[in-house]
Write a protein that binds this ligand. Structure first.
Ligand code: 5GP
Length: 115
């Protein structure tokens, strides 16, 4: 059963694809959390970082992030990979969020670290 993101990659579900190469496809998040919110998804179906095969070549995700940031004229941005439900992962096909386009709030557990 293909994942939601594989269906997007295969153009079975529409999305605003902004970048693709032989390893990854990147498209705009349907519920953006910042002016720029792009999902960078490996074509290979890997559930999450926790399931990443050690022999895989996953620098393609970072290479794509760099190219997309350049393409969008972003000098500051944040890359996030939610891994597992407690970290907010809702789609179980590895993906990296690229967020930017404005001053970003800090991350972490709300209120944690405040005295
Ligand atoms: P996660 O919560 O797993 O880290 O990220 C999944 C992301 O996928 C969420 O930010 C969510 O808004 C996005 N998303 C879920 N369904 C769709 C969809 O059908 N199209 C697009 N473009 N993004 C989606």
């Amino acid at each position: 059963m293909p994942t939601l993101f594989t269906k997007i990659i295969n153009r079975e579900i529409p999305a605003e694809i902004i970048y693709e190469d032989s390893h990854v496809v990147a498209f705009k998040d349907i519920q953006p959390q910042a002016p720029v919110h792009v999902l960078i998804v490996p074509r290979q179906e890997v559930v999450s970082i926790a399931e990443l095969p050690e022999e895989g070549d996953h620098r393609h995700l970072l290479n794509a992030a760099k190219k997309i940031a350049e393409q969008l004229g972003l000098s500051s941005f944040r890359l996030v990979i939610n891994t597992g439900p407690d970290a907010g992962q809702t789609v179980f096909h590895l993906h990296m969020h690229l967020l930017g386009g404005d001053q970003l709030g800090h991350f972490g557990v709300p209120g944690f670290g405040e005295s």
